[in-house]
Design a protein around this ligand. Structure first.
Ligand code: MCA
Ligand code: AMP
Length: 508
């Protein structure tokens, strides 16, 4: 099996690969930790990774990729319902977690493998567990499991590398199966577009259970032989400190750039730090032109945007050597075909910057399908192999793509997270105080969109409080899926067919 990370074996011994807070690992130490862990999990069908923003998450995912075992990153703040769904759907053989991390009871049935890393450079001996979860007393970490890997069967690029859960409009999240070749293709295409090399030092504070923070933000630097510094919790000051201290690139969601733009006035050091960066990249949602302009005015630097999706990894980007036009997501990455189509599927011929069509993409960056969901997989692709993104866009005559909206109004992008309205409605309906519920997104300067719940209480005399409903959703699903605003209504507006008319749900 060819490694996705040649730098693991070829980098100078003391070169730093990962830094999380004040803990760092050189490539040599990373290779040792990865080898030790890979030997313990090799042959497993699939492993879950408790994806805290920590060194151990990076080690666990890289070890799984080196062992040819698909990894399922878990949001450590997932609530009981969401976690239960991901576990039953993905059926991992093992849980990889940092020693000492407390995990919810729902994970207690899974055999746990502690991810031991020694920041001084050697893999630590740990309790060994076989791939079926049985503890193997006294077995050497590099022991017999090396021999259990089915020869040849792990080699192909089509083999699954990651299963990343992503929300749809209704129902629970779907697991997007991302093959090895998609990781390689997207990261190498970005290297071309961004002139991204092993000399780059990336800084970010993104979560590690989604494509942005994990694939681009951790696997990206490691594939290049460069370094990533994760700040733990994002703050403008933390990224400024790293950029002033040698980091060359910043990745963030628009909410993070908005917070940076807001902080620029009071923090003169921040503008200087951003000005010194080689590349400032935003993605996961649209960065408003106002924030683009505020950052450019204060720093003289343009943030560039790239456009991607869990299912497609990266599709387009403003190139490092291109025109950094705000409000656009740039041009298709090398190897990626992008077309805009009419409602009836007819491709739009004219790149006139005006004709709106749905974005379809095809290329080696695409996922292979949704886990256990052949119906959803079939519906997502056209007969000629393009993936239907659901994003609406126009294309300028010189090929620059501008995303102008989304087909489904029931998908909300908040803080860069994709959240399905139906998923939250179902959770709200499980609260005893809720008779009916509808969820919408409304514009929010900080989050892009905020989640709004419209609720008909079971007992109008003692309706549930907004905080209680937010806590209920946070506990069932995840904190970022909680409604930020709750409106109580006597009834939901419905059409003659009984369907809720969400467009009629407004404040006044
Ligand atoms: C508040 N909190 C609560 C509650 N209220 N927790 C439980 N129950 C409650 N009722 C907690 C939160 O959990 C959090 O805790 C703190 O209060 C503040 O939370 P919040 O205001 O929600 O958000 P924030 O911390 O200000 O987060 C903004 C953020 C975040 C940092 C921008 O949204 C974020 O990390 N976004 C990144 C999303 C992302 O990576 N998307 C990529 C997917 P605590 O302080 O302890 O944390 S898209 C993708 O991958 C594609 C491929 C692409 O194109 O990139
Ligand atoms: P996710 O499925 O969570 O991976 O989110 C993918 C979605 O995020 C895409 O379908 C787009 O709607 C949105 N997105 C990602 N990057 C951008 C961007 N630069 N501009 C606008 N929307 C974006």
């Amino acid at each position: 099996m060819s490694s996705l990370f040649p730098a693991l074996r070829g980098s100078p011994d003391e070169q730093v690969a990962l830094r999380f807070g004040d803990r760092s690992l050189t490539y040599r130490a990373l290779a040792a930790a990865v080898d030790g862990l890979a030997a313990r999990i090799r042959g497993a069908d699939r492993v879950a990774v408790w994806a805290t923003p920590a060194l151990e998450t990076a080690v666990a995912v890289v070890a799984a990729l080196e062992a040819g075992v698909p990894a399922v990153p878990l949001n450590p703040r997932s609530g009981e319902k969401e976690l239960g769904h991901v576990l039953s759907d993905s059926a991992p053989a093992l849980l990889l977690a940092a020693p000492g991390d407390d995990v919810p009871a729902a994970l207690a049935g899974l055999a746990r493998v502690d991810v031991d890393v020694d920041v001084h450079g050697t893999a630590l001996p740990g309790r060994d567990v076989d791939v079926h979860g049985t503890a193997l007393a006294g077995r050497d970490a590099a022991g017999p499991h090396r021999a259990t890997a089915p020869p040849g069967s792990l080699a192909a690029g089509e083999d699954p590398a990651l299963v990343v859960y992503t929300s749809g409009t209704t129902g629970p999240p779907k697991g997007a199966v991302i093959p090895r070749r998609a990781l390689a293709a997207t990261l190498d295409a970005l290297a071309d577009a961004w002139q991204w090399t092993g000399d780059d030092v990336l800084v970010h504070g993104l979560p590690l259970f989604h494509v942005h923070g994990l694939v681009l933000g951790v696997l990206g630097p490691l594939r290049r032989g460069g370094c990533v510094r994760h700040v733990g919790r994002f703050t403008p000051q933390a990224v400024a400190r790293e950029l002033a201290g040698g980091a060359t690139m910043l990745f963030g969601v628009p909410t993070m750039y908005h917070r940076i733009a807001e902080a620029l006035d009071e923090d003169p050091g921040l503008a200087g730090a951003l000005a010194g960066a080689r590349l400032l990249v935003s993605g996961s949602a649209a960065l408003p032109v106002h924030d683009h302009e505020r950052i450019a005015a204060a720093t003289g630097r343009r943030v560039i945007e790239r456009y991607g999706m869990t299912e497609t990894l990266m599709n387009t980007s403003v190139r490092a050597d291109g025109d950094p036009r705000p409000g656009t997501v740039g041009v298709p990455l090398p190897g990626v075909e992008v077309r805009l189509v009419e409602e009836d599927g007819t491709p739009i011929g004219a790149d006139d910057g005006e004709t709106i069509g749905e974005v379809h993409v095809r290329g080696p960056n695409l996922f292979t399908g949704y886990l256990n969901r052949p119906d959803a997989t079939a519906a997502a692709f056209t007969a000629d192999g393009f993936f239907r993104t659901g994003d609406m866009a126009v294309r300028d005559p010189d090929g620059y793509v501008r995303i102008v909206g989304r087909k489904a109004t029931d998908l909300i992008k908040s803080g860069g997270y994709k959240i399905g309205a139906g998923e939250i409605e179902n959770a709200l309906l499980e609260h005893a105080g809720v008779r009916e519920a509808a969820v919408t997104g409304e514009p929010d300067a900080d989050l892009g969109e905020r989640i709004v719940a419209w609720v008909v209480p079971a007992d109008p005399q003692s309706p549930p409080g907004a905080g209680e409903l937010a806590d209920h959703v946070a506990r069932r699903l995840a904190p970022h899926k909680r409604p930020r605003v709750v409106h109580l209504l006597d009834a939901l507006p419905r059409n003659d067919m009984g369907k809720i008319m969400k467009r009629a749900l407004t404040h006044d």
